[in-house]
Write a protein that binds this ligand. Structure first.
Ligand code: B3K
Ligand code: ZN
Length: 872
């Protein structure tokens, strides 16, 4: 049992740094187990701060510490597990230190570590302190010069900024010196050393400067970086055109590594990527991979302005860079791939990840006010809800004022570390509006529930809409205040035609009603017929909406709402209600049949886009449904959802088969959105056909798998075959492994696919796979492919009544925590929501959490999440 209770860090306790650093010179002598790091820091006191110099440093083997050229004796400095303290220092001085570190045995993948025989770094949030002693906080900005020396077998020696010099050294060694002219915090430092292939390109920026672009990858893989390079160039142009932001160095580099704790990292001028988010070709990557690569390349590139040039004062301001940068990458993807489809996908992700977080023990505001480990706050709330808040701001003030506010922000804060208040202040200034109420979106956790009631007066041709909001308490926030919720509304008549109306004397097709109190009403006039209300169009606010509209209105919307988000949403709402009714033991068979007919019509709508239809066909996920039925019974939800899928499958068999044949692609593979949309629809049709597994469908799926000319179709075929099961599936699975065993990223897919198997045998299979020779617990991608996919995306099997699924997850968390706390902590979430499940299950989940929390030597990362999940 752990005896020390770690102390939280609070936003209210922020104080400016005591010392500032004007120049940093780092000198690395790279060696797998004994890398030497010399640091020369030009330091001065900040303002009238007094007191000792305290620098962060962890797992460093001290060699020497000197102030102004004089080596300090033992009595003149103290070194403990977390800090170097020098009690007596002048107001301005040069500190020189030397330490030794062991990159090869660094399996936490934080600081300097080795992946695939190469050196690489990950410093955000607090990894730099594992490289050298330093004020490891984002508000200390400095200019870095970095010298790297290594054996020539480590052919490329890279760091941030521009290459100043390089050359040969005696003894088969060489060196490179890099300088980054832009002041930056230590978390943006990066270093890479090793044998790599490079894909090169160039881009001429808006002011006519030529920037060299280089993507470094595993040897032999350069061709697989072509799509990422293309995405990078499109991102650079888009940021110029959309936000007026130009790239600032002469060189932009990306390096792909296989061992990485998350997706990618925006180090200044030297992004480091998880190879799964960078390398792609049609044979080994799915359309979803291409799509994610495009968006993550853009995201990390956009950080150059929102994150690097302007950074966060402290980690409580994380959404300042992350929410804003997600908003920027979502806007980019919308422009690249179509706004409606992109919006639907973004909202699906928000609901899948952020909504459960907001309803659970880890609910926190977009800007939290305390934490134990900042690593635990790289959450869907900070990222995805953070992006929603920016989107609402733009909706409320309009696109022109939004751009003006952004320009002011870039202008005012370039080269600084700042806060969310200062960001919002820019918009308040350009609009002249008081945005203090809006700021509550950053400070209040929880998903508001908005309800809409209406009354139509045919004689007066008026429509009154009454809106109200309520947010349930979240941990530490028992009382919630109303938030300003922008609700975008349009009207349809009973035939689905747009119904114009007037608001405040203005003729309109659509309007934004701002619900800025507990309740608000609006009266629209000139409404010629009893309307179908299309509310929260485009998902104009991150809330859950309930309305008093009858189901028939949803059918009108499903057939013809011009707002495609709401057209899709209508289908989801209808499906959700039918599945919930069945899961509660009151199936609405007539309703299900009616729904199947409406889906058939939607599928045959020639005007609508295949990518959109594919989204329409996929029913709300089981975890989404678990939020709608509380306490949740995953087995009942799974059965009810499958029943509706089977009915759709039966009802639509001929349509689905026709789509499957008609959408067969004969042309050469192209990753563009339209082609990907056709493949998505074809695979969705096959998936739905497999919901009614018969020999004939088994053959169809097998044929689909065997004929696949790209990874999207191979996985589509294999997944459908998995639903049918039997020998053909086992044979295909073995074939797939054999074919791809030397491609780690494809083998990750092989593990992930089996982790999603809804069959009763899945838990046993997943546990067995942890003993497979290809399972690597120390590689986060492989671990997540199996363990996290199972716990997050296979609810009916994870929530096995015996509790064996929970025990399996807890065992994995404890083993991984002993070497990689950050990744172990990311596995805790599926247990965290135990209160939302039926009591028998909840008790078993809680038992595993208690076992985790009581484990000796547990990391702060896992402790924080387990303890919060258990707190009353
Ligand atoms: N900023 C990084 C995330 C760092 C996570 C550290 N635990 C990637 C990104 O959001 O772009
Ligand atoms: Zn980011």
């Amino acid at each position: 049992m752990r005896t020390d209770t770690p102390q939280p860090i609070s936003l209210a306790d922020y104080t400016p740094p005591a010392f500032l650093i004007d120049e940093v010179h780092l000198d690395f002598a790279l060696a797998a187990n004994t890398t030497r790091v010399k640091a020369k820091l030009t330091i001065r006191r900040n303002g009238d701060h007094t007191g000792p110099l305290v620098l962060n440093g962890e797992r460093l083997k001290p060699i020497s510490v000197a102030v102004d050229g004089r080596v300090l004796g033992d009595g003149e400095r103290t070194i403990d597990a977390e800090f170097l303290t020098v009690p007596d220092v002048p107001d301005a001085f040069v500190l020189e230190t030397e330490v030794e570190i062991d990159p090869e045995n660094n399996k936490a993948l934080e600081g300097l570590y080795m992946s695939g025989g190469r050196f690489c770094t990950q410093c955000e949030a607090e990894g730099f302190r594992k490289i050298t002693w330093y004020p490891d906080r984002p508000d200390v900005l400095s200019r870095f010069t970095v010298r790297i020396e290594a054996d020539k077998t480590f052919r490329h020696l890279l760091s941030n900024g521009n290459l100043m010099s390089s050359g040969e050294l005696p003894g088969g060694r060489h060196f490179a010196v890099w300088n980054d002219p832009f002041p930056k915090p230590a978390y943006l430092f990066a270093l890479v050393g090793g044998e790599l292939d490079v894909l090169e390109d160039k881009l001429v920026t808006m002011s006519g400067r030529t920037v060299d672009l280089r993507i470094f990858v595993d040897t032999g893989m350069a061709a697989r970086a072509a799509y990422a390079m293309d995405a990078l160039k499109r991102s650079m142009v888009w940021d110029e055109q959309t936000f007026g932001r130009e790239y600032d160095l002469d060189l932009f580099m990306i390096v792909a590594v296989r061992d990485f704790n998350f997706g990618a990292m925006e180090n200044k001028g030297l992004n480091i990527f998880n190879s799964s988010l960078l390398l792609a070709d049609p044979a080994t990557a799915t359309d979803m991979d291409f799509e994610r690569i495009e968006s993550v390349v853009a995201h990390e590139y956009f950080h150059n302005w929102t994150g690097d040039r302007i950074t966060c004062r402290d980690w409580f301001q994380l959404c300042l860079k992350e929410g804003l940068t997600v908003f920027r990458d979502q806007s980019f993807s919308a422009d690249m791939r179509g706004a409606a489809v992109q919006r639907i996908k973004d909202v699906k992700a928000l609901r899948a990840r952020q909504f459960p977080e907001d309803q659970g023990p880890l609910a926190h505001p977009v800007r939290p006010s305390s934490y134990l480990k900042i690593d635990n706050f790289y959450t869907a709330t900070i990222y995805e809800k953070g992006a929603e808040v920016i989107r609402m701001l733009k909706t409320l003030i309009g696109p022109e004022k939004f751009r003006e506010g952004m320009d002011l922000y870039f202008d005012r804060w370039d080269g600084h570390a700042t806060t969310v208040e200062e960001f919002i202040r820019c918009f308040a200034e350009v609009t002249g509006e008081d945005l203090s109420d809006f700021f509550a979106w950053y400070e209040q956790a929880g998903t508001p529930k908005v309800s809409l009631k209406h009354s139509y007066d045919a004689g007066a041709r008026t429509l009154q809409i009454d809106l109200s909001q309520h947010t349930a308490p979240t941990p530490g926030q028992p009382n919630k205040r109303p938030l300003p919720v922008p609700v975008t509304i349009g009207l349809l008549d009973g035939e689905g035609r747009t119904l114009a109306f007037e608001r405040d004397g203005k003729a309109l097709d659509q309007t934004v009603v701002v619900l800025d109190a507990a309740q608000a009403s609006v009266t629209l006039s000139g409404v010629d017929a009893a309307p179908v209300i299309s509310a929260l169009r485009g998902f104009s606010a991150p809330v859950t909406l309930t309305t008093d509209a009858p189901a028939k209105d949803r059918y009108v919307q499903l057939a013809s709402d011009p707002d495609l988000f709401n057209r899709w949403e209508a289908g989801q709402d209808l499906a959700r209600a039918l599945i919930v009714a069945r899961a509660k033991g009151a199936p609405d068979e007539v309703g299900e049949e009616r729904f199947a007919e409406a889906m058939g019509r939607a599928l045959n709508d020639q005007a609508s886009d295949p990518a959109f239809k594919a989204l329409l066909l996929s029913l709300p996920s089981e975890s989404d449904l678990a939020l709608a039925i509380q306490p949740a019974d995953p087995a009942a939800i799974h059965a009810a959802r499958e029943a509706l899928r089977t009915r759709l499958s039966l009802h639509l068999t001929e349509d689905l088969k026709r789509l499957h044949i008609g959408l067969q692609e004969l042309a050469e593979f192209s990753p563009d959105a339209a082609s990907a949309g056709r493949r998505a629809l074809r695979n969705a049709a096959l998936d739905l056909l497999a919901a009614n597994p018969r020999a004939e469908i088994g053959e169809l799926a097998e044929g689909h798998y065997r004929a696949a000319a790209n990874m999207t179709d191979a996985i589509g075929g294999l997944s459908a075959l998995m639903l049918v099961g039997g020998e053909a599936y086992e044979a295909a699975l073995a074939d797939f492994f054999d074919r791809w065993k030397s491609e780690p990223m494809v083998i990750d897919k092989w593990f992930a696919l089996q982790a999603r198997d809804p069959d009763e045998s899945a838990l046993g299979r997943v546990m067995g796979l942890t003993a497979h020779p290809a399972f690597e617990q120390k590689n986060p991608n492989r671990l997540r492919a199996l363990v996290s996919t199972f716990a997050n995306f296979n609810p009916s099997r994870f929530h096995d009544a015996s509790g064996a699924g929970y025990r399996f997850l807890a065992d994995q968390i404890l083993v991984v925590d002993s070497f990689n706390p950050m990744t172990a902590a990311r596995l805790v979430e599926p247990l965290g929501g135990w209160r939302r499940y039926k009591p028998e299950l909840g008790a078993l989940m809680k038992r595993e959490l208690a076992r985790i929390a009581a484990t000796e030597g547990l990391s702060k990362n896992v402790y924080e999440l387990a303890a919060k999940a258990l707190a009353e």
